[in-house]
Design a protein around this ligand. Structure first.
Ligand code: AMP
Ligand code: ZN
Length: 112
């Protein structure tokens, strides 16, 4: 499949890995929007949050466990944001479900 993040998971495209287990992979974003900007993705190809259903939602719960683990492990005690962009109007540029873990600065609400 011609998917950038599937290629990163397979090691065909290099990345700065921060975490990996049987179902989840996490790596530093190539264009960081905060001092800490990590992408957490399922190893299974799921196109976006719109494709989450009863049969694949377990990995989404696990991604949030990984986010909490990384936040604790990296000492992000001032707070962090977890974001997924779904679809063109939300700015999703890679069609493989991914959660941005952002930290190290203040964030505005509502987001732009
Ligand atoms: P989104 O725009 O929400 O789909 O997020 C895609 C993210 O992937 C962006 O923040 C990009 O900077 C990031 N990205 C694109 N290519 C790479 C890459 N080769 N390695 C790491 N991050 C990437
Ligand atoms: Zn993929």
């Amino acid at each position: 499949m011609d998917c950038l993040f599937c290629k990163i998971i397979n090691g065909d495209i290099p990345s700065k890995k921060v975490y990996e287990d049987d179902s989840v992979f996490a790596f530093y974003d190539i264009d960081p929007q905060a001092p800490v900007h990590i992408l957490i993705i399922p190893k299974e190809h799921i196109a976006s949050a719109a494709e989450v259903n009863e049969s694949n939602s377990g990995v989404v719960a696990h991604i949030f466990e990984v986010a909490a683990f990384l936040a604790s492990d990296m000492g992000l005690s001032d707070g962090f944001r977890v974001v997924t962009n779904c679809g063109d109007s939300a700015g999703q540029s890679v069609k493989h479900l991914h959660f941005h873990l952002l930290s190290g600065r203040d964030f505005t609400w509502p987001p732009g």
